[in-house]
Write a protein that binds this ligand. Structure first.
Ligand SMILES: C[S@@+](CC[C@H](N)C(=O)[O-])C[C@H]1O[C@@H](n2cnc3c(N)ncnc32)[C@H](O)[C@@H]1O
Length: 308
């Protein structure tokens, strides 16, 4: 069997099984089965597929036919230009969440620049690091991508910035730690198994400059209507309660105690929460300011909260 024949056959099976991207799925899974990238697959349609690769591909296509996400089958997902290890311990990071990483980079770099400008202050308040939290870190996507991006900007992680990555799931935290090590980004990352945030923050409870969070925000009654692939992901990562805002509201209630006076929280929200999320801020944090920014498709995506 050639690459082209294997792709055609698998695409047909996956289309029949209900995949919305049968050809792409087949290309990614065949590349993974052979051990080459998707471009190699596309460039060599007449190459033969060896027996071992064909067996791996057959198993992979069978799993995909049953609805399992391609990312879990391959064990890898691209996020913010990095390859993250993914499996059923945590949500597969989504492209829209990259906006939180970009927002985090901008907030940290702005603070570092301001503090470097303070006479004798150095990179932080008298040398204090910028303190960031990624609440509900899952695979560690936000925390690790932020750490890697800051390192690329010559920020010394640990000394200039630290990032606290929390999750209520110890399995997810294990995966996050593996991804941090995999990207040589463990310096300056702290991990904590906690309901939102630990009772005492690191550095003897010093408040945070930046809180980033992609917490579960799907309405409980909408979970069953998600694509079958979502049923392979932890429900804890998706279910946001009756209106989807339970976890977000709980985090908002913690902000007065954990955020610096000039601190900011950037929270991912659902596309249908552009009005409900700011209303939750108004109800939970009277006098605070909130703004919602939209993604490239024009959908509400990031809720920004500060003391105003
Ligand atoms: C939507 S997933 C996001 C994972 C990751 N941040 C990402 O963007 O790919 C939400 C994560 O929040 C965690 N979580 C849910 N409730 C939590 C809570 N009360 N405290 C801490 N983490 C929580 C889940 O275990 C899950 O890993």
């Amino acid at each position: 069997m050639t690459v082209g024949e294997a792709l055609a056959h698998a695409s047909e099976r996956l289309r029949a099984a209900g995949s919305e991207t049968p050809r792409l799925d087949a290309e990614l899974l065949l590349g993974w089965s052979i051990g080459i990238g998707r471009t190699g697959i596309l460039a060599h349609p007449d190459a033969p597929v060896g027996a071992d690769a064909a067996t791996r591909f057959e198993v992979a296509v069978g799993r995909r036919e049953a609805g399992e996400p391609v990312a879990y089958i391959r064990g890898i997902k691209e996020f913010h230009g990095l390859a993250f290890g993914v499996d059923a311990r945590a949500l597969i990071p989504r492209p829209e969440t990259e906006a939180l990483v970009d927002g985090g980079i901008a907030e940290v770099m702005r603070r570092l620049a301001e503090r470097t400008g303070e006479a004798g202050a150095g990179p932080g308040r008298g040398g204090d690091p910028i303190r960031v939290a990624d609440v509900g870190t899952g695979s560690g996507a936000i925390a690790v991508a932020l750490a890697v991006a800051l390192r690329a900007r010559r920020v010394t992680m640990g000394r200039n910035v630290w990032i606290l990555a929390t999750d209520v799931s110890s399995d997810a935290l294990d995966l996050a730690r593996e991804n941090a090590v995999g990207h040589a980004a463990a310096d300056g990352l702290k991990f904590s198994e906690a309901d939102l945030l630990p009772p005492v923050l690191p550095d003897e409870g010093a408040p945070l400059d930046v809180v980033l969070a992609n917490l579960p925000y799907v309405r409980s009654d909408a979970i069953d209507g998600l694509p079958i692939s979502a049923s392979f992901e932890p429900r804890l990562a998706l279910d946001g309660g009756p209106d989807g805002l339970d976890a977000i509201r709980a985090l908002l209630a913690r902000l007065p105690d954990v955020l610096m006076p000039d601190g900011v929280a950037l929270l991912e929200i659902g596309a249908d929460q552009g009005e409900a999320a700011p209303a939750a801020v108004a109800a939970t944090l009277p006098g605070w300011r909130s703004t919602v920014s939209r993604d490239l498709a024009g959908l509400p995506r990031v809720l920004r909260v500060d003391r105003g």
